[in-house]
Design a protein around this ligand. Sequence first.
Ligand SMILES: CC(C)(COP(=O)(O)OP(=O)(O)OC[C@H]1O[C@@H](n2cnc3c(N)ncnc32)[C@H](O)[C@@H]1OP(=O)(O)O)[C@@H](O)C(=O)NCCC(=O)NCCS
Length: 185
Amino acid sequence: MMEISTKRLILSHFKIEFAEEFTQALSHPEIFEFLPEDVPTLDDIKNIISWFIDRDLRNKKEGFIGTNLAIRKKAGNTIIGWCGIQPFEPMPEKKEIFYGLSPDYWHRGYMTEAANAVLKYGFENLNLNEIVAGVKPENRASISVLERIGFNFQSIIHSVPEGSEFYLNERFYSMTREQFLTQHV
Ligand SMILES: CC(C)(COP(=O)(O)OP(=O)(O)OC[C@H]1O[C@@H](n2cnc3c(N)ncnc32)[C@H](O)[C@@H]1OP(=O)(O)O)[C@@H](O)C(=O)NCCC(=O)NCCS
């Protein structure tokens, strides 16, 4: 079972036992203002965690596809959000970083801390050559996180495959392995 430890946080693969606590952490509509999903029910969360567990097993057998990690605060051992790496839906050959936090924990630098650790995992352990991100122009908090951890703005997404219209007009960011290694010597 993989675990990443940072100064204040522990990131680990999801287990089905996390379902109730994770549902509670996500029970705030403001989290989903700029995301394609809605506030999930406990059943939704149980289903998605089962799918994460299955994907983590497939990562081992078939090579890395994607993963999502639960973020826990060391103090209190509470689940406060998620952060992971997966295919970027409108450009599935690229891997995106994705994340979210329960609003009680916003503005304290937690996502900067978690996302930095996930980037390090992506480049150093998974040996990815590039990690990308798509973000709504109005999502200032997420743009600040991306820029603070060293992502570079590339372009506005003007065309997407059918079915991925949610991503139209998002700001597209990228970081290469080389840029990451230069910034983290
Ligand atoms: C995006 C999100 C994860 C940021 O988490 P966070 O832990 O509050 O971020 P940090 O505390 O590390 O702060 C990062 C920066 O954003 C700023 N910030 C945080 N919330 C903000 C807000 N609502 N409006 C403007 N700036 C904000 C912080 O002040 C900080 O700015 P700085 O770099 O200029 O100092 C959180 O707002 C969230 O979960 N949003 C909902 C889910 C989501 O949108 N996910 C990303 C989809 S692309």
